[in-house]
Design a protein around this ligand. Structure first.
Ligand code: MSP
Length: 668
């Protein structure tokens, strides 16, 4: 396992409570909680800070609209945010609110320290102001006259303001970022900031006088301190009560934030700290965005915001956490799709993990409910898995940690399938005990590694199999015996479909677009070979942008490996995994019949690998030969039979897609 840090102080962005929390807020806290729990498990002195960013005009306006004082308004919102984070089992050690006195005092102090350094001066702040961004833009920064971020009209303003000499810190910051390759994660974000730092860095306006909901400038109370100067300070202000926390935990080891606020965290915040004489944080890690299923950023305006509570209620908190950590690659954007969540629930949770636990609990009954083990999983060495898992914790690639864990779960399942302990007779008891004991030890490892992902499920597994989740160093444990009690299914079969997110909820039953159920993505064939045991199949590795998939396709009759190697294709990605003569196939490459009898893959044109493809206008022109009802019943299975009008290029979200086929050809 890689070297653990001595202590681990991890923080998240503090949320604006101007409206209720959404799935993006929840995602970030779950990611940070994963890293915090993984460090605690390694025995590292860990502290997780989350909180709320309560000042500024945006909040003041929202409070006015609600007919409340700003303080009352944020007090009520704070309850809602905390309730969500408690429900999601975010193991935070502190919850900071910027309207608290401890924060207030520190912000004034850091302001005065920067001023004493000669880094604060009075000037005029002018430009076109966007309240949502709480900042002004120059004419050239506006997009069609609107705010470039919110696409909303701005208001011209000119105000007296205090400025912070941000420009002075451009060079020292460039040097710091260059000398500390891990300061910004992932590396693409680091390059982005370094290239922005090549341009001139303007001084920063750090006060406002047009509203008063904020912390007064200590020596000029007609101004309040600008929200970002105020908000960023929370990471240190939260450590001052009691003061020992500052010496114990600062500098922070990881600030977890969204990619939209990386400039504030990697340039403005470090410059403030340098100016006031505080050490810099070790790392800023920017996660990607959760987009809706069509790849749009979630926003109230679009009505596509997913309520995390609704999803947690329908499945469970742990299932939502698992989905966040498993499906959204660290650092990149991903689409929130209830279809994918449901699919993973069935295949990875119910079939793979749930059944494994049930199997062992049931088999243990043949041993009178007691499993004796040597203390380590002799046939299923977990060390490489544990090493990989924590290596990815350290490189902030949590989805790879979960990947490593799931590979191990599959291996344990395969081990049982191979050893078939259920077939062993009474005279083979010793072998039976050895196999079950080995699986039990493997499950202890699995439950421990699962704890940062799904703390509730990990606990249930431990309770059923008679052990406790403890520190990682307790694995292996030496010879032990465990009292096993069969529990109910961890992931019960679900009859009804999940709750529809607004964006996935059909407006009227007759307007249901069956294709919206399909996850169709652009992929690139990285490797292709003839299937060793099936004459008609190719076995391929296809890069789908967020992951690599093993997919088999029956195209050997028509094409050569050289026709496919490196080629971009369109993949139907949310198919149930199938084993095709010993090779896993998870997805289908779309191809069409041509008039000359050839079959060719559908060409995605210029679309990028990983891009989602939605098929537009397919129901009406012409009508598919199969009734919509047939398709509705089994949308995935039926795709192979759908007849499309392919003379014209297919209209899709990635632009026209050429099927290169005759009208009425089959998409297979
Ligand atoms: N208050 C500031 C942060 C100050 S930190 C000193 C802020 N608040 S926010 O409520 O707008 O966002 C809080 C966090 O949620 C940010 O890190 C932001 O990137 C993240 N997310 C908001 N929407 C998101 C998604 N749709 N997906 C993932 N995270 C996103 O910015």
């Amino acid at each position: 396992m890689s070297q653990s840090p001595k202590k681990f102080y991890i923080t998240t962005a503090i949320d604006y409570p101007n409206s209720n929390p959404h799935v993006g807020h929840a995602y970030e806290k779950v990611v940070a909680d994963f890293y915090a729990r993984a460090h605690r498990m390694r025995g590292v002195d860990t502290r997780l800070l989350i909180g709320l960013d309560e000042h500024g005009q945006k909040i003041q306006d929202a409070a006015t609209r609600a007919g409340q004082s700003p303080q009352r308004f944020v007090d009520e919102k704070a309850l809602i945010f905390r309730k969500l984070y408690d429900l999601l089992e975010i193991s935070y050690d502190d919850f900071i609110r910027t309207s608290e006195k401890r924060h207030h005092d520190f912000v004034q102090d850091i302001y005065l320290k920067a001023k004493a350094r000669g880094d604060v001066y009075k000037g005029f702040y002018q430009g076109d102001y966007c309240v949502s961004c709480e900042r002004a833009y120059t004419k050239s920064e506006l997009k069609d006259g609107n705010c470039p971020v919110h696409d909303k009209p701005t208001t011209p303003m000119e105000q007296e303001s205090y400025f912070f000499r941000l420009g002075k810190y451009r060079e020292p910051l460039c040097r710091h970022i260059q000398e500390h390759p891990d300061f910004i994660r992932p590396p693409e974000r680091r390059n982005e900031i370094l290239s922005r730092l090549e341009d001139e860095v303007l001084d920063l306006s750090i006060s406002r006088s047009a509203f008063d909901w904020g912390i007064p400038v200590p020596d000029d109370p007609s101004h309040v301190i600008y929200v970002w100067f105020d908000a960023l300070s929370n990471y240190v202000s939260a450590l001052f009560q009691p003061r020992e926390n500052y010496s114990r935990y600062w500098p922070a080891d990881c600030h977890v934030i969204g990619k939209d606020i990386i400039w504030f965290h990697t340039v403005i915040w470090p410059a403030m700290l340098l100016s006031a004489g505080y050490p810099l944080p070790e790392q800023v890690y920017a996660h990607g965005f959760i987009l809706d299923k069509d790849g749009r950023k979630m926003s109230k305006q679009l009505g596509n915001v997913v309520d995390p509570l609704e999803v947690a209620r329908e499945y469970s908190v742990d299932v939502l956490r698992f989905y966040f950590l498993r499906s959204f690659s660290s650092g990149t954007d991903g689409n929130f799709s209830l279809g994918e969540l449901e699919e993973r629930y069935r295949s990875e949770l119910a079939d793979q993990l749930g059944n494994l636990v049930l199997r062992i609990a049931k088999l243990a009954q043949r041993l009178g409910g007691t499993i004796r083990t040597p203390g380590y999983a002799s046939d299923l060495d977990p060390k490489p898995t544990i090493d990989d898992y924590f290596r990815y914790v350290d490189s902030r690639e949590h989805h790879r940690s979960v990947d490593a864990l799931w590979s191990y779960i599959k291996r344990v399942n395969a081990y049982l399938t191979e050893k078939e302990p259920w077939k062993l007779g009474e005279h083979q008891r010793e072998r039976f005990e050895a196999v079950i004991g080995c699986a039990q030890e493997a499950l202890r490892v699995i439950a421990h590694l699962l704890h940062p992902v799904m703390p509730g499920v990990a606990k249930s597994i431990a309770e059923s199999l008679g052990f406790k989740i403890g520190a990682l160093e307790a694995l292996p444990s030496g010879p032990a015996s465990y009292r096993v009690t069969p529990s109910k299914a961890l992931f019960p079969r679900r009859e009804a479909p999940g709750p529809a997110a607004p964006a996935e909820r059909p407006a009227k039953p007759e307007a249901v677009d069956p294709f919206s159920r399909l996850e169709i993505r652009v992929g690139r064939i990285e490797e292709v070979r003839n299937h060793p045991d099936a004459d008609s199949l190719f076995a391929m590795t296809i890069d789908l942008g967020t992951e690599k998939r093993s997919i088999c396709a029956g195209l050997r009759k028509y094409l050569d490996t050289s026709d496919l190697e490196g080629r971009k294709v369109i993949v139907l990605a949310n198919l149930k995994p199938a084993m095709l003569r010993g090779i896993e196939s998870r997805g289908m490459v779309l191809a069409t019949d041509r008039k000359d009898g050839k079959v060719v893959p559908v060409d995605p044109g210029d679309a990028a690998v990983g891009e989602l493809v939605t098929v537009e206008g397919i129901q009406t022109n012409p009508k598919p030969k199969l009734g919509m009802n047939d398709f509705e019943k089994a949308p995935l299975d039926m795709l192979g039979g759908v007849v499309v009008h392919a003379k014209k290029p297919l209209r899709t979200s990635v632009g026209p897609v050429r099927c290169d086929a005759e009208d009425g050809a089959r998409v297979r």
